[in-house]
Design a protein around this ligand. Structure first.
Ligand SMILES: Cc1cc2nc3c(=O)[nH]c(=O)nc-3n(C[C@H](O)[C@H](O)[C@H](O)COP(=O)(O)OP(=O)(O)OC[C@H]3O[C@@H](n4cnc5c(N)ncnc54)[C@H](O)[C@@H]3O)c2cc1C
Length: 458
């Protein structure tokens, strides 16, 4: 197939009639203005690290990765402006050379700034104020669905910026992004293991209230609370520790999980080996706990996944739950996962993630609009895609029933009813705003066409 596009984990394939790598804004305008040569839907694409078909099109895909230059680093006003195809990891490098950093050093280095500006994202460890990248976007420039130029900033048309921060490429193709930045900082990560079944709400509240940032990793039925604290200096071992951490997370865990799944077909034996693999992970976390944790520079959290071999790739899903409901839902999830294994023989082969993200109403589809959340993120290195995808759909049912909120780029197989229930009246508002921005449906792919609410009665 001439124009085949595959996402990171190979679970999504698109075959657009046109796959274009523009190098100028003029080229993007010309594409959007010529539906005969460049058939609809026209979708922007970064590196397709999304886990849903949000960037897919059978018409035209505009790959933005050749528009990846720094436009300006304003150290006085602490802003960074770059073209939308630049990857987070390259933005961090450019800033680091001036002892600066992004507000969120999101783990996925290959996310492009265009996607970060207009899609859901999450980073729990740097999310001292907000945990979503788009909330730090102070200005955005884009080409509209009919090929005109548009822009919005916090001072000039903030309402439009509020919509664009969750527009997912449905209201236009973002070509330039300005983000808030700050001086580079070191952070200390600690690891506290607690038996999941002994956790109390008071304990969870205390952990959340006393951390600048927090992720809970779960291996078997042990919760390991990874807390972040700001420190003055990174220490001499920081870059070595950062390298080891990156290797273990971007390669080691997923590779071990895939190996066991690939070579051990008996579910009971496979489960036992997976529990053993988790015991090794638990030992590692306990060692980190006893050693007092690690100190690194914040940008060293970013991982470059561009060369990860297939046998070390992982996938995940993310559903957000109000903080006050997380513990009950989390314990119910651990039982759900056990029951799912008993009935199907499938179990996720990587630690479960839970991210704490603070309340933030900076975008129309913010998943923390009304309150801070803690997520439940099953993570898995698939060798049997069908089994993983069946689990994802069963998990969606579990999460939707408990009032969870999915992300449109990171929660596969969400149904229209689940999206509408999760976002409430904002889903209709979003659907109407998308139709108003693109009445001809130039950018509307089947994924979003199926999800959006029907038109509001006039
Ligand atoms: C291994 C792995 C780890 C991950 N870790 C994290 C994490 O820590 N935090 C997190 O938040 N996410 C994480 N993700 C999810 C991923 O970062 C997001 O799905 C992100 O949107 C992907 O960025 P991308 O540039 O590849 O965008 P794509 O997947 O190519 O596109 C995503 C959406 O953005 C739109 N889009 C892209 N560029 C533009 C543009 N210039 N203008 C308008 N619309 C545009 C597309 O049309 C599509 O709707 C991870 C994914 C993987 C595979």
């Amino acid at each position: 197939m001439a124009n085949q596009v595959v996402n990171y984990d190979g679970s999504i394939t698109a075959s657009p009639q046109q796959l274009i790598y523009p190098q100028s804004v003029d080229e993007i305008q010309a594409i959007l203005r010529d539906p005969v040569t460049y058939p609809s839907p026209v979708r922007a694409m970064g590196n397709y690290h999304s886990l849903t078909p949000c960037a897919s099109s059978g018409g035209t895909i505009i790959n933005m990765t050749k528009m990846a230059s720094v436009v300006a680093i304003d150290a006085a006003n602490l802003t960074f402006t770059a073209q939308a195809g630049m990857q987070i990891i390259d933005a961090a490098k450019a800033l680091r050379s001036q002892k600066l950093q992004m507000m969120l050093n999101i783990e996925i280095g290959n996310m492009t700034l265009g996607s970060a500006a207009c899609c859901h994202s999450k980073d729990a460890l740097d999310g001292i104020q907000f945990g979503q990248v788009s909330s730090y976007v102070t200005q955005m420039k884009w080409v509209t669905p009919i090929g005109d130029l548009a822009e919005a900033s916090e001072t000039d048309n903030p309402d439009l910026l509020h919509l664009m921060r969750s527009s997912y490429g449905l209201c236009g193709i973002v070509y330039e992004v300005t983000l808030q930045i700050k001086p580079i900082e070191a952070l200390h990560l600690t690891y506290l293991p607690i038996a999941a079944d002994q956790l109390t709400q008071a304990q969870v509240d205390n952990l959340l209230d006393t951390s600048e940032g927090l992720i809970c990793w779960t291996v078997n039925r042990t919760a390991i609370f990874q807390q972040r604290f700001r420190v003055a200096e990174p220490g001499i071992l920081s870059s070595l520790l950062a390298d080891v951490r990156r290797l273990l997370w971007s390669y080691g865990g997923a590779h071990a999980g895939q190996l066991i799944d690939r070579f051990v077909k008996d579910p009971t034996l496979r489960n036992a080996l997976q529990q053993g693999d988790f015991d090794v992970a638990k030992l590692l976390y306990s060692t980190l706990h006893l050693g007092g944790g690690i100190t690194i520079l914040a940008p060293d959290k970013i991982i470059d996944y561009h060369a990860t071999p297939d046998n070390a790739k992982y996938a995940f899903t993310f559903w957000a739950f109000p903080r006050s409901q997380w513990l009950t839902t989390y314990l119910a999830y651990l039982d759900f996962a056990d029951q799912y294994f008993q009935s199907t023989g499938f179990r996720c082969n990587m630690p479960l993630g839970s991210y704490h993200i603070r309340q933030d109403a900076n975008s129309l589809l913010s998943y923390t609009q009304d309150q801070e959340i803690v997520s439940i993120d099953p993570i898995h290195a698939p060798t049997d895609l069908a089994a993983w995808q069946a689990f994802l759909q069963a998990f969606n049912g579990f999460a939707a029933q408990r009032g969870g909120i999915p992300l449109l780029n990171q929660s596969p197989f969400v149904t229209p009813a689940q999206a509408a229930a999760a976002y409430g009246p904002r889903w209709q508002q979003f659907s109407d705003a998308v139709r108003a921005a693109d009445p001809g449906g130039r950018m509307l792919n089947p994924y979003f066409a199926a999800l959006l609410a029907s038109e509001s009665p006039k």
